[in-house]
Design a protein around this ligand. Structure first.
Ligand SMILES: *Cc1c(COP(=O)(O)O)cnc(C)c1O
Length: 357
C-alpha cells in the first residue's frame, strides 16, 4: 500500500432519502462510494470517497471476460441511542482476503480498509434507516480492470464499497419457506471456488433457482458436487438442522462458504451450552429423521435474513413438512438474540459489534 491518505470529495448533489417503508433489497444507493486502485508497480493506491456515479471501463477490461472479482456483504445498524453499529466487520475483511487469495487478487490491508469503511459509513450515517428490521447494506467488491484478453491474473484492480439502505427481510414477521433439494446442478465442487465470495458462484446457481421458483419454492438446497449425497448450503446461506435435540451443521470443506452468521450461531449456542455438531450430513439422514419424527427444526443462516426457517423440504418426490411449517423455538431464539445484539437492543458479551462515530 503506497498511498494511505484517504481523500474525500463530497457530493454537492445529495439525493432525497427513500421512504423507509418501501425499501427493496439493493436497488438504491447512497450519495458516496469508496474506491481504491491497484497496480503491480504501486500496490493499492489512491483511496478516496467520491460521489456515487457510473464508472468508465474499457470493454477489454478483464472483469468482463474471465470473471476475476470478489465481494463481501455486511450491514450497519442504528441502535436506540442513534449510534451506528457494524456486526463483526473484521470477519468480512478477513474473508475478503481469503477470497482474494483464491482468485489471485492481491490482498488488501485490512486495518486501513476498516478505517476507510468507518469513514464512509460515518459520512453516510443519515442513510441508515431507523425502522425495525431495516439497515444499511454494505457491499465491498474488487474487479479486474486491466484491458487485456489474456487468460491470466489482471495487473490492475479497483476496490469499491457501495452502500444501499435495505428494508426488513421479514416485513410480516419471520416465516418458514419451502426449499427444493437440487439433484442435478451443483453450486461448487471440491477444489473449486465455493469458499470464495466471487460472482460466478452465484450465476452458477440461477438455473436451479429459477426452476425451484417456478415450482413455487423459495430456494434450493445444494448437495455436494461429488456424490450428490451430503448437504452443503441452502440458497446463499449456510444451513442448520435440529434432529432429536442435537444441532447439526455441515462441516466446512472447500465447497462451503464460511459464513459469519454460521460462526456466530455456533459461538452463541456454545454460550447457551448447546453444542453444534459440525459433520457431514446426508439428505438421506435428514429424510430418515423426518420419517422417524425427529427432524425438529431446520434453518438457513446468512447476513441478509440472519436466520431463515425452513418449513418444507422437497426431495425427489417427497415433501417433508418441518415443525408444522412453524418457526421452531431454537430458530426463533437465535433470530431474536442475533438481531438484538446487532441492533444494540441486548448486551453483546462477545464484543461482536463495532461502533462507528
Ligand atoms: C455470504 C454467503 C453465506 C453467508 O455468509 P454470512 O457471512 O453469514 O453472510 C453463505 N453462503 C454463501 C454461498 C454466501 O455467499
Amino acid at each position: 500500500m503506497t498511498e494511505a491518505k484517504l481523500v474525500i470529495n463530497e457530493n454537492p448533489n445529495k439525493k432525497t432519502k427513500p421512504d423507509p417503508d418501501n425499501l427493496k433489497f439493493g436497488k438504491l444507493f447512497t450519495d458516496h462510494m469508496f474506491t481504491m486502485e491497484y497496480s503491480r508497480e504501486k500496490g493499492w493506491f489512491q483511496p478516496q470517497i467520491v460521489p456515487y456515479a457510473p464508472v468508465s471501463l474499457e470493454p477489454a477490461s478483464m472483469i468482463f471476460h474471465y470473471g476475476q472479482s470478489v465481494f463481501e456483504g455486511l450491514k450497519a445498524y442504528r441502535d436506540e441511542n442513534n449510534d451506528v453499529l457494524l456486526f463483526r466487520p473484521d470477519e468480512n475483511l478477513k474473508r475478503l482476503n481469503r477470497s482474494n487469495g483464491r482468485l489471485s487478487i492481491p490482498p488488501i490491508n485490512e486495518e486501513l480498509v476498516m478505517d476507510y469503511l468507518k469513514q464512509l459509513i460515518s459520512l453516510e450515517k443519515d442513510w441508515i434507516p431507523q425502522a425495525e428490521g431495516t439497515s444499511l447494506y454494505i457491499r465491498p467488491f474488487i474487479i479486474a480492470t486491466e484491458p487485456s484478453l489474456s487468460v491470466a491474473p489482471s495487473n490492475n484492480y479497483t476496490f469499491f464499497i457501495i452502500l444501499s439502505p435495505v428494508g426488513s427481510y421479514y416485513p410480516e414477521g419471520i416465516h418458514p419457506v419451502s426449499i427444493m433439494v437440487e439433484e442435478h446442478f451443483t453450486r461448487a465442487v471440491r477444489g473449486g471456488m465455493g469458499t470464495a465470495k466471487t460472482g460466478g458462484n452465484y450465476s452458477a446457481g440461477y438455473n436451479a433457482q429459477e426452476y425451484a421458483a417456478n415450482q413455487g419454492h423459495a430456494q434450493v438446497m445444494w448437495l455436494d458436487g461429488v456424490e450428490k449425497k451430503y448437504i452443503e448450503e441452502v440458497g446463499s446461506m449456510n444451513v442448520f438442522f435440529k434432529i432429536d435435540g442435537q444441532v447439526i451443521t455441515p462441516e466446512l470443506n472447500d465447497s462451503i462458504l464460511q459464513g459469519v452468521t454460521r460462526k456466530s450461531i455456533i459461538q452463541l449456542l456454545a454460550d447457551w451450552d448447546i453444542q453444534v455438531i459440525e459433520r457431514k450430513i446426508s439428505m438421506k439422514e435428514v429424510y430418515q429423521a423426518y420419517e422417524a419424527g425427529t427432524l425438529e427444526e431446520a434453518f438457513g443462516a446468512g447476513t441478509a435474513a440472519v436466520v431463515s426457517p425452513i418449513g418444507e423440504l422437497i426431495w425427489k418426490d417427497e415433501s417433508m413438512i418441518i415443525n408444522g411449517r412453524q418457526t421452531g423455538e431454537l430458530t426463533k431464539s437465535l433470530y431474536t438474540t442475533l438481531t438484538g445484539i446487532q441492533t444494540g437492543k441486548i448486551p453483546d458479551p462477545f464484543e461482536w459489534t463495532v461502533q462507528v462515530k
